[in-house]
Write a protein that binds this ligand. Structure first.
Ligand code: PMP
Length: 389
C-alpha cells in the first residue's frame, strides 16, 4: 500500500482530477468548475475569515420563520434578485437549504397532505419530460408515504399533484411554464429556477411564482458550498419547509451561509459600486464564456456531421439591456447515426462520459453534456466530438 501524504488541516481539495489529452472526459455531472477562473481573478472580494469562536450557535435569527437563516445571506439574496430582476422578493420569505436539493425535498414535504389525512394516497410528483434526473431519484429514494414520483406531467391524470417546473430546463435548456392547471386547487407548482441567470438565458421577466428555488451552484458556481435558497410566498408553507430542514439537519451550515453571502455580495458590488472593475462582473464573464463554448460546440457538431443540437434562441434581456442568446448549462445532444441507439454508450466508447436521455424520461439517442467544466476538459471534449464520424 502506498504511503498516504499527510494533508494539512485547512488545505482544500481541488475537485475533479486534472485531465490530459488521453483522459476520459467526465461531463456527466453539471460540476460548475468553469467559474473557478473568474473567482481566481476577484482577489479578496469573495474571501471570508471565521474566527474559532464564531458561528457556534445553532441559531441565526430566532424571530424569523427560517430561524437558522443568516440575516446577511437573506440581505444579499434579496439584493441580487433586485439587481438582476429575475425574481420578485418583496412579500416573500427567504429560506436557506443545503443546496436547493434539500429545499426541493422540503417543498415535497410541505406540499403533501400530512400522513393519515384524507384517503392517504401519496401526493403525485410530476414534471414534463425530459426532466432533471434527480427529481424521480430524490422523490422516491426513501419511499415516502407522503409523495411519490408519477412521471411525465403531460400524461398525468388526476388533480392532486406537485408539478416541478424547471426553467431554463435541465437537461434541454428550454424555457418552461407549468403544463397542469388545477381547477380544484389541489395541484401546486414548484419552480426550480437554478438556471434563470443572465449567463444562461435572457432575463425576460421578473418571476413571481409561489415557490421558487435557486442555488449558488449554478448562479456563481459555488456548488461545494452547498447553499440554495427558496423564495416562498405563503407563510405556512415556509414554516413547514423550515420544519423539514429542522428535522433533517437542524438548520444549514452558518459558515457556508456566510461564505455564500460574501460571494453574492461580490457579484452585486461589481455592478453597483462606482469603483468596481468591469472584469469582475460575473454575468458578463459567464455570458461571454458560455456563448464562446456554444459556438465551439456547434462548430464541432457541424464538423462531425452525426450530431444535432437544439436551435439557438434569443430574446431581450432586461438585465443586459440588449438582445441576448440562450446559452444553456447543458447541451442536449442527439446522435443522428442510424446504427447508434444509445448515444451515451457510443460516446463512452470514445472516452466522453455524459448522461443518457433515458435518465430524463427521454430517448437514449439523446445525452446531456455539461457545459460548465474547466477549459482543458471542455477543449478536449469538443475536439473529440468533431472527429467522430
Ligand atoms: N435543480 C437543478 C435543475 C439542477 O440542475 C441542480 C444541480 N444539478 C439542482 C437543482 C441542485 O442544486 P444544488 O447543488 O443547489 O443542490
Amino acid at each position: 500500500r502506498q504511503q498516504e501524504e499527510p494533508v494539512a488541516a485547512g488545505a482544500p481539495s481541488t475537485g475533479k482530477p486534472a485531465v490530459t489529452p488521453e483522459s476520459v472526459i467526465n461531463l456527466d455531472h453539471g460540476d460548475p468548475t468553469m467559474f473557478e477562473e473568474f473567482w481566481r481573478g476577484t482577489g479578496s472580494a469573495a474571501e471570508i475569515v471565521i474566527p474559532g469562536w464564531q458561528t457556534m450557535s445553532y441559531f441565526s435569527d430566532v424571530g424569523n420563520v427560517c430561524w437558522f437563516l443568516e440575516p446577511g445571506f437573506d440581505h444579499e439574496v434579496r439584493r441580487l434578485h433586485r439587481l438582476v430582476g429575475n425574481a420578485a422578493v418583496d412579500g416573500y420569505h427567504v429560506l436557506v437549504g443545503t443546496g436547493s436539493t434539500q429545499l426541493f425535498m422540503a417543498a415535497l414535504y410541505a406540499l403533501s397532505p400530512p400522513a393519515g389525512a384524507g384517503a392517504g394516497a401519496p401526493m403525485s410528483v410530476v414534471s414534463t419530460a425530459p426532466y432533471y434526473s434527480s427529481y424521480p431519484a430524490v422523490t422516491d429514494f426513501l419511499q415516502s408515504g407522503l409523495f411519490r414520483w408519477a412521471g411525465d406531467a403531460n400524461s398525468f391524470k388526476g388533480d392532486a399533484y406537485i408539478e416541478l417546473v424547471c426553467s431554463p430546463n435541465n437537461p434541454d435548456g428550454t424555457i418552461r411554464e407549468a403544463v397542469l392547471s388545477s381547477e380544484s386547487g389541489n395541484g401546486i407548482a414548484v419552480h426550480d429556477l437554478a438556471y434563470y441567470w443572465p449567463q444562461y438565458t435572457p432575463i425576460t421577466k421578473r418571476a413571481d411564482h409561489d415557490i421558487m428555488l435557486f442555488t449558488v451552484s449554478k448562479s456563481t458556481g459555488h456548488a461545494g458550498t452547498r447553499i440554495g435558497w427558496a423564495l416562498v410566498k405563503d407563510r405556512d408553507v415556509a414554516k413547514k419547509m423550515t420544519k423539514f430542514i429542522e428535522l433533517n439537519t437542524i438548520g444549514v451550515s452558518k459558515d457556508s451561509q456566510l461564505r455564500a453571502a460574501k460571494v453574492l455580495r461580490a457579484v452585486s458590488d461589481a455592478y453597483e459600486l462606482p469603483e468596481a472593475r468591469e472584469e469582475h462582473r460575473l454575468f458578463d464573464y459567464g455570458r461571454r464564456k458560455m456563448a464562446e463554448r456554444w459556438s465551439m460546440l456547434r462548430e464541432a457538431a457541424a464538423a462531425s456531421g452525426i450530431f444535432s443540437l437544439p436551435d439557438e434562441t434569443s430574446g431581450h434581456c432586461n438585465f443586459a439591456k440588449e438582445t441576448a442568446s440562450t446559452n444553456p448549462a447543458f447541451a442536449w445532444l442527439r446522435c443522428d447515426r442510424e446504427d447508434v441507439e444509445d448515444c451515451a454508450s457510443f460516446l463512452r466508447g470514445h472516452k466522453i462520459l455524459t448522461r443518457s436521455g433515458s435518465q430524463f424520461g427521454a430517448d437514449p439517442r439523446y445525452v446531456r453534456v455539461s457545459m460548465l467544466d474547466r477549459d482543458d476538459a471542455y477543449d478536449i471534449f469538443v475536439r473529440r466530438l468533431a472527429s467522430l464520424k
